[in-house]
Design a protein around this ligand. Structure first.
Ligand SMILES: [Fe+2]
Length: 309
């Protein structure tokens, strides 16, 4: 019993037009739905971001998918806790499933939902020693085509207590720790089979969104997409490079409100039933980042909520 996938997240943004422009440039489709702007990936029938205009900027909620038969069981498990309060769905949401605030007041939604399929066809071919996929023609990347992400893969959330958040997402929410960096960064996967992390928790002075990550077709597309965003005047906070935890290639771009959005490719996958051995990257001698530039000094900063004095 537990979370099986991420469905979407909602953000309150101070300027809906700048947000729409940013996510269009990022390669997503945008749809007007009542007062909200919904962002989707090309070729995928699943909301990925729900944007509503307002002040201050704030993570509205995160929506996760669970099994159809599990939803009521999970509701029962949550009802037995004194650190969870059931809540009304925001008026501008679709209202599906169960809504609650957790111990620190973060609104969360569980709904009976599978992952919608995403585009898996690839134009990219690679020549490796002993394995030539592309013979007699030039690289597909020379087309310099616009990059359209395939799916929302994960979110990294700020939390006031990363250990407590991890415990809550382990039981009753059913996720497992895949890796950690000391006690302030915890990566979680779904034992029903998922990416190395579907959600991760970074300790801060308030809950909120650190980044949301979208999968693209290849490691080259990570670099191309990030450079395209820089070419449009957006700020790159970090990348391109390859992480240790999750092994993925990454490129982080700042949106107009100082949240981070990541392009990623080639992330570790943990199949159903496997006991993944979590390690603490803070205890290793080598860097948790394998190659690429150093992160910008403000990469881990929680801009969503001003730091208390
Ligand atoms: Fe990420």
């Amino acid at each position: 019993m537990g979370i099986r996938n991420i469905q979407h997240l909602a953000l309150t943004v101070p300027d809906i037009n700048s947000a729409r422009d940013f996510f269009t440039d990022f390669g997503l489709e945008t749809i007007e739905r009542g007062d909200a702007v919904v962002c989707r990936c090309v070729g995928r029938d699943q909301d990925q971001l729900v944007l509503i205009e307002g002040h201050p900027r704030r993570l509205g909620y995160v929506s996760f998918g669970v099994g159809e038969a599990e939803l009521q069981e999970m509701k029962k498990a949550l009802a037995g806790r004194d650190d969870v309060s059931f809540a009304d769905a925001p008026a501008w949401s679709d209202g599906e499933g169960i809504w609650f605030t957790d111990f620190e007041g973060m609104l969360t939604n569980l709904r009976a939902a599978d992952e919608a399929p995403w585009r898996t066809e690839s134009a990219a071919t690679f020549n490796r020693p002993g394995k030539r996929e592309r013979v007699g023609r030039r690289s597909e990347f020379l087309s310099r085509a616009a990059v359209n992400p395939r799916r929302l893969g994960h979110v990294v959330l700020f939390t006031t207590d990363a250990a407590r958040k991890m415990d809550f997402y382990t039981d009753p929410l059913g996720m497992r720790l895949s890796d950690k960096v000391a006690n302030f960064l915890n990566f979680m996967y779904c034992p029903t089979g998922s990416d190395h992390h579907v959600v991760a928790f970074a300790e801060s002075w308030s809950w909120g969104l650190q980044h949301a990550a979208f999968e693209v077709d290849s490691t080259d597309e990570v670099g191309i997409a990030g450079d395209q965003m820089k070419g449009k005047g957006y700020v790159a906070a970090w990348g391109p490079g390859r992480h240790g935890p999750g092994s993925n290639v990454f490129y982080y771009i700042r949106d107009p409100f100082n949240w981070l959005f990541e392009y990623f490719a080639d992330l570790d996958y943990i199949p159903e039933g496997m006991e993944w051995e979590a390690i603490d990257w803070a205890e290793r001698d080598d860097s948790p980042h394998l190659w690429g530039p150093t992160e910008s000094s403000d990469f881990p900063t929680n801009f969503e909520t001003p730091k208390p004095r």
